[in-house]
Design a protein around this ligand. Structure first.
Ligand SMILES: Cc1cc2nc3c(=O)[nH]c(=O)nc-3n(C[C@H](O)[C@H](O)[C@H](O)COP(=O)(O)OP(=O)(O)OC[C@H]3O[C@@H](n4cnc5c(N)ncnc54)[C@H](O)[C@@H]3O)c2cc1C
Length: 350
């Protein structure tokens, strides 16, 4: 365990913006978490559980305690003919887990290759990409309750998974430190190749298997998304909005080309990036903050932008999309501290 004061979080967020945590504590073992919580240092203080910082935008210094579980380890816990259960500690890098599963011939998460961040946080936002969401392979989530130090186990049903969301991001935010996740992977996986463009690229590689699917996803992602090592970003800044059949009919009257994807139950997912682009905002800059010039759904730090500058530009984007399409974009990235707590940004909730 390592406890620090006035700790810079710049290297711990993929936007690479500066923010100082009043206190920061790093955990390398599960028992350190319970020990630390037992010291009552959190009383009355704000807390933030940090993973890889790839879904966070710091818009100010953090006046509470950052809790950083860096627990490591991946083990097979149960094997049967069709499925096996793999327990990964929360601080493992997500893509290392995917690489490990693919190398062993265990299917289920190959479409989620190269998503940045930690195993623990994969649950928090129910990560998803290329037609797969992590909720499909979660068997059990292990956590420590911050208030009473108790170890708790959650089934997928308990977690309330939804599109880029779960109870850990919603009603339970700030209550638990996820310590490990048990995944149910398959020895005879059914490949998910129906996402536009994926199947053709996999077939070009010769045969369809876990390895070629992983390679395909990695190459598609690298061609579309900026690498946080090169340019600071947090992936998709906004969620793709989901609207009902009446609303889509109204929009299609004005925008017949509007991409929309049926989700069942008369629900349709829209492409937020398309709408931002059609507002003429792709590549828009405000100082060192910008809308990415190749993928309009991504806000970037061109070098030296503050979190506030990025947030303010994102609010302009949100306003423009609302004015043009009547759609209120919702952030996928978590803003810390929440904008409501900062007086100059108080008019920009949610
Ligand atoms: C280039 C890029 C591409 C991306 N592509 C995708 C994508 O395709 N699909 C997708 O879904 N996401 C994507 N993301 C978003 C991001 O990678 C995921 O949300 C990821 O799961 C965040 O992991 P993290 O460890 O960095 O979490 P952080 O950003 O550190 O934290 C995110 C949230 O999880 C909480 N948290 C973190 N660890 C724990 C824990 N152990 N216990 C309890 N709470 C915890 C935090 O408090 C916070 O609320 C992308 C991001 C980038 C930068």
């Amino acid at each position: 365990m390592e406890l620090k004061t006035d700790f810079s979080l710049k290297a711990f967020n993929t936007f690479r913006v500066e923010a100082v945590a009043a206190r920061y504590v790093r955990f390398d073992a599960e028992n350190e978490i319970a020990d630390f919580l037992g010291r009552n240092l959190l009383d009355g203080k704000r807390r933030l559980v940090l993973g890889g910082g790839s879904n966070l935008l710091f818009v100010d210094d953090f006046d509470g305690i950052v809790l950083h579980p860096l627990l490591k380890g991946i083990h097979m816990v149960k094997a049967a003919r069709q499925h096996l259960r793999v327990r990964a500690m929360a601080g493992e890098n997500w893509d290392d887990l995917v690489a490990f599963a693919v190398a062993n011939g265990w299917g289920g998460i190959e479409n989620l290759s190269l998503i940045p961040g930690s195993v623990g946080a994969s649950v928090v936002q129910n990560i998803g990409a290329y037609g797969v969401e992590v909720k499909a392979v979660i068997d059990r989530v292990e956590a420590i309750s911050i208030d009473d130090r108790k170890k708790v186990f959650f089934t997928p049903k308990d977690c309330g998974f939804d599109y880029r969301s779960s109870n850990f991001k919603g009603t339970w935010a700030g209550r638990f430190i996820i310590t490990a996740v048990v995944f149910k992977l398959s020895r005879q996986p059914e490949f998910v190749l129906d996402y536009p463009g994926v199947k053709a690229v996999v077939e070009d590689l010769g045969s369809i298997n876990l390895e070629t699917i992983r390679q395909t996803i990695i190459s598609i992602r690298q061609s579309k998304l900026p690498d946080p090592e090169q340019v600071g970003n947090g992936g998709s800044f906004f969620k793709n909005p989901v609207i009902d059949g009446n609303a889509i009919d109204r929009l299609l009257n004005g925008y017949p080309d509007l991409p929309h994807y049926p989700q069942g139950d008369d629900q349709f997912k829209l492409a937020a990036g398309w709408m931002i682009e059609h507002c003429g905002l792709k590549g828009k800059r405000a100082g060192k903050a910008a809308v990415h010039d190749k993928q309009a759904l991504v806000m970037v730090n061109l070098g030296g932008a503050t979190g506030r500058e990025i947030l303010e530009l994102s609010e302009q984007v949100k306003g423009a999309v609302h004015d043009r399409f009547g759609i209120k974009l919702e952030r996928e990235v978590l803003v810390v501290p929440s904008p409501g707590r900062i007086s100059s940004l108080a008019a920009q909730p949610g």
